[in-house]
Structures are given as structure tokens and as C-alpha cells.
Design a protein around this ligand. Structure first.
Ligand SMILES: Cc1cc2nc3c(=O)[nH]c(=O)nc-3n(C[C@H](O)[C@H](O)[C@H](O)COP(=O)(O)OP(=O)(O)OC[C@H]3O[C@@H](n4cnc5c(N)ncnc54)[C@H](O)[C@@H]3O)c2cc1C
Length: 424
């Protein structure tokens, strides 16, 4: 039950960092009342809209977050965008503390000549589209026959897996089938995955490489050295990567009639070639220049704040503390920059929850009797906010209309999501 001295805390963003933060706050400040706002009607951020649709075991973390939203002191307020429906200043007046947990959604720019040509596509746009994110309008950008993927991290591997996988391999996923089908009507014939690092220093998870190696479709090759030799000092992960890549490109591996995948290591992109649209990419490899023809270039080189995001100026990359000032904090990718898997946001959230608890305890953040929290928001905002029970209705709907072999059918139309959540 709320009392005048109950600290009221607003968390902007219901991705893993916002959810972990709310969990940690319940422990660090047991008397608090938390409102988790999200611009979308659905919670969970990139767990729903980034994590690959065929990695449902990773998406299962939402069960833990479901328990969070069932807690009486936690409220979900979906469909409310801070900076559009309510301002940060308003939230700061109504809540004792506000925490920015908005993640970073813009694909980092390639920053080389030609990068603005049509056909240069951010990996985030593709992974969002396959996850039916309402911002992508249920469309997959045209990729064509020769796709170059630039980047060597897990997101690049998610994109590669999509490019080489056939329909049957999506059993149990929540992929946007219309987009999958449109891609498989004319799938890429050749894919080149280009990493700046050597194979051993490639950032991708060895497990993800093993998963690719086990897929019965693509044919893999690499003209670059993969194994640095017996004298190289490789840690376990690097040794795992080298082993998995060596297995993928082994001459003994059965050949399949899917896309021909070339893995390139130690190449730095120099410029994107093309007059009206992408035609290729020029890379440097030591003192050599390598040109790879391309109908599309997918950049998987990290994420950044969207320039038009209302809170962009308050996000940081690698900030040491979550505290911007007493009463205003940030956590997750909005604090640390676009690095780290879901579990890393948990430790980050705990630290920030402890900072808030410390500020409340030492008096630098007095819980004010005049803060009203969610109840103080304008009536039209409160009425519009999608509550957790309404999300459960939408969740149930998505599961109930899932086609055979899919765990859910996500609606790409946000207005429709809201209508269903409201029971319309
Ligand atoms: C393509 C991709 C695949 C990934 N795959 C994996 C994986 O398989 N395994 C793994 O462990 N990690 C994976 N990650 C990393 C993981 O998703 C991140 O570590 C994590 O999501 C970061 O959490 P966050 O809460 O900081 O941001 P996000 O998950 O981005 O959540 C931010 C939330 O804030 C909301 N929001 C933004 N702006 C506003 C606003 N103005 N008002 C209200 N709400 C707002 C958004 O709608 C969103 O719900 C992946 C990341 C990407 C990009």
C-alpha cells in the first residue's frame, strides 16, 4: 500500500535492463512503488524484438519478468513514449527517481564513402523486421543474390543464420512468416561474412558458430587463414571459435545446395561501391585491396542512440555510474553502451538499484510526500497506458493465432496490438 513516503520510481523501458532494475529495486528498496513505462504495448524490449526468433530458449527469460509484473508494487504502462506522450520533466516531478533503460536501437553507421547508398541495411532493421517490430512495417529490405554481412559478433551470426536457413528449421520459432517466405522465394545465392578480426579474435560466440556448422544447408569456405597454428596461445573461447570455423570450412563437410558462404577475416571496409545502389564493397587486407560484389550490404557493427530519440543526450557509452544526478539514473545499454548480452544487464541493474537505495538512505534523494507517481499522470495518459493484464490478453491472442509450427504470431501493427490488448 502506498504511503506519502513510499519512494515512487519510474523506469523508462521494459527491456531486460528495465526489468532487472525493477527486480533489484524490490530488494534494495522494499517499500518502493515502480512504474515501468514502454513506448510499445508489449514489454521486454530486445528479448521480443532483437533476439533471434529461432532462439526461443533465450526468449524464455520473459517468464522470470512475468513474475515481476505480477508483483503488487510494479506497474507496466505500455504504449507510452517518453518524449512524446509524457516528458522527462513531467516524470521527474511525479516520481522521486526516474531511470532511463531505453536501450540503443539505431544501427551504428559504417562511416565510409558510399555507406548511404540504397542497399546498405542495418542488421537491427532486419532482426526487428523478422521479429515483427511495428517500426519496420512488416517489410524485409530487398537483399538480392549477393549479400555481404559486415561484422563478426553474434548479431552478424544471427543474420548469417537467417540467410542460410530453410523454412523447416524455424519449427517452434516466432518468425514473421510472410517475411521469411518472401526471402525464401529468392534467397541469397552468395553470402560473404567479413570480419575485421582474425578468426580466433572473432567476437561471435563459439556455440553460435557450431550451430551454423550443424545446419544442413550452406556451403562454407574461407580464403583466409583460420587456424593460427599450434604455437598460438588461444583461450578456450578462441580455440572453440577456430575449431568451429575449421569444421564449417572442412573439405570433408558434406556440400549442400544452399547459399555459398565465404568467411573473410582481417578485412577492413574502405568504401561501398555503386552508383544508384550498392554494387560491391572495397576492403583492405594488409596492403591489398579486395572487392566483394554485393546486391546488399548488411552492417552488424553495433548500435547507437537514435539521433531523434528524446533521451539520446542522456545515454552514455561505458558510464561508470548509473547516477546522472540524485533522482535521475540510467541502466543497461543506455548506461554501458551497446555491449553485453541479457545477463550482463542484471549485474548493471543491481548496481544502479544500489545507487538509488544509497541516495534514498543518505538523504540526497528524499522521498517527497508530494510525488504522486503514476496516479499523477494526466488522465488521458493513464487511460491510454496498456497495463500488464492487457498485455496478457495480447500475449494470449498472439499465441492463439500462431500458425502450425510457431509459438506465436506477433502483430506488426501497433494500433492493432493496442486494440487487442484493450479487448476490442
Ligand atoms: C539483434 C540483437 C540480438 C540479440 N541477441 C541476444 C541473444 O541472443 N542473447 C543475449 O543474451 N543477448 C542478445 N542481445 C543483447 C540484448 O538484447 C541486450 O543486452 C539487452 O536487450 C539490452 O537491454 P536494454 O533493456 O538496455 O535495452 P532494450 O532491450 O533495447 O530495451 C529498451 C526498451 O526501452 C523502450 N523504449 C525506448 N525508448 C523509449 C521511450 N522514449 N519511452 C518509453 N520506452 C522506450 C523500448 O521500446 C524497449 O522496450 C541481442 C541484441 C540485439 C540487438
Amino acid at each position: 500500500m502506498s504511503s506519502p513516503t513510499t519512494p515512487k520510481i519510474a523506469v523508462i523501458g521494459s527491456g531486460p535492463s528495465g526489468c532487472y532494475l525493477a527486480q533489484s529495486l524490490l530488494r534494495a528498496v522494499p517499500s518502493c512503488e515502480i512504474t515501468v513505462l514502454d513506448r510499445l504495448a508489449s514489454p521486454f524490449g530486445l528479448v521480443r524484438y532483437g533476439v533471434a526468433t529461432d532462439h526461443q530458449h533465450t526468449k524464455a527469460i520473459t517468464r522470470q519478468f512475468d513474475r515481476l509484473f505480477q508483483h503488487e508494487a510494479v506497474r507496466f504502462a505500455g504504449g507510452i513514449e517518453v518524449g512524446r506522450d509524457v516528458s522527462l520533466a513531467q516524470l521527474r516531478e511525479l516520481f522521486d527517481a526516474v531511470v532511463i533503460a531505453t536501450g540503443l536501437t539505431a544501427d551504428r553507421e559504417l562511416g565510409i564513402p558510399g555507406a548511404e547508398l540504397p542497399g546498405v541495411i542495418g542488421a537491427g532493421a532486419i532482426t526487428r523486421a523478422l521479429n515483427a517490430h511495428p517500426d519496420e512495417g512488416a517489410r524485409l529490405p530487398q537483399l538480392g543474390s549477393d549479400v555481404v554481412v559486415i561484422g563478426g559478433g553474434n548479431v552478424a551470426l544471427d543474420v548469417l543464420r537467417f540467410l542460410v536457413k530453410d523454412r523447416d528449421a524455424y519449427e517452434g520459432s516466432d518468425i514473421a512468416d510472410e517475411l521469411l517466405d518472401s526471402y525464401l522465394e529468392a534467397p541469397a545465392a552468395r553470402v560473404t561474412l567479413v570480419s575485421r578480426s582474425a578468426a580466433a579474435d572473432f567476437k561471435g560466440d563459439p556455440q553460435m558458430l557450431k550451430e551454423l556448422a550443424a545446419l544442413p544447408r550452406a556451403a562454407y569456405a574461407s580464403p583466409d587463414p583460420v587456424d593460427p597454428g599450434p604455437d598460438a596461445q588461444l583461450d578456450r573461447a578462441a580455440a572453440g571459435r577456430v575449431a568451429a570455423i575449421s569444421e564449417m570450412i572442412a573439405a570433408s563437410r558434406p556440400r549442400f545446395d544452399g547459399p555459398e558462404v565465404t568467411l573473410r577475416f582481417g578485412l577492413t571496409p574502405l568504401r561501398v561501391l555503386g552508383e544508384h545502389r550498392v554494387e560491391g564493397v572495397e576492403f583492405t587486407a594488409g596492403d591489398q585491396v579486395v572487392v566483394v560484389p554485393a546486391t546488399a550490404v548488411v552492417t552488424a557493427i553495433g548500435f547507437a542512440a537514435r539521433k531523434d530519440h528524446a533521451l539520446a543526450a542522456l545515454t552514455a557509452s561505458g558510464a561508470e555510474t548509473g547516477r546522472i544526478e540524485p533522482g535521475l539514473y540510467r541502466t543497461g545499454w543506455a548506461k554501458r553502451g551497446p555491449r553485453g548480452a541479457i545477463p550482463e544487464n542484471r549485474a548493471c541493474a543491481k548496481e544502479v538499484a544500489d545507487e538509488i537505495a544509497a541516495d534514498l538512505a543518505d538523504g540526497s534523494l528524499p522521498a517527497s510526500p508530494s510525488t504522486l507517481g503514476f496516479e499523477g499522470l494526466p488522465a488521458e495518459v493513464r487511460d491510454r497506458a496498456i497495463g500488464y493484464e492487457q498485455w496478457l490478453r495480447l500475449d494470449e491472442h498472439e499465441r492463439s493465432v500462431a500458425p502450425s509450427g510457431r509459438v506465436r504470431h506477433k502483430l506488426p501493427d501497433h494500433d492493432r496490438m493496442i486494440a487487442i490488448a484493450r479487448g476490442a
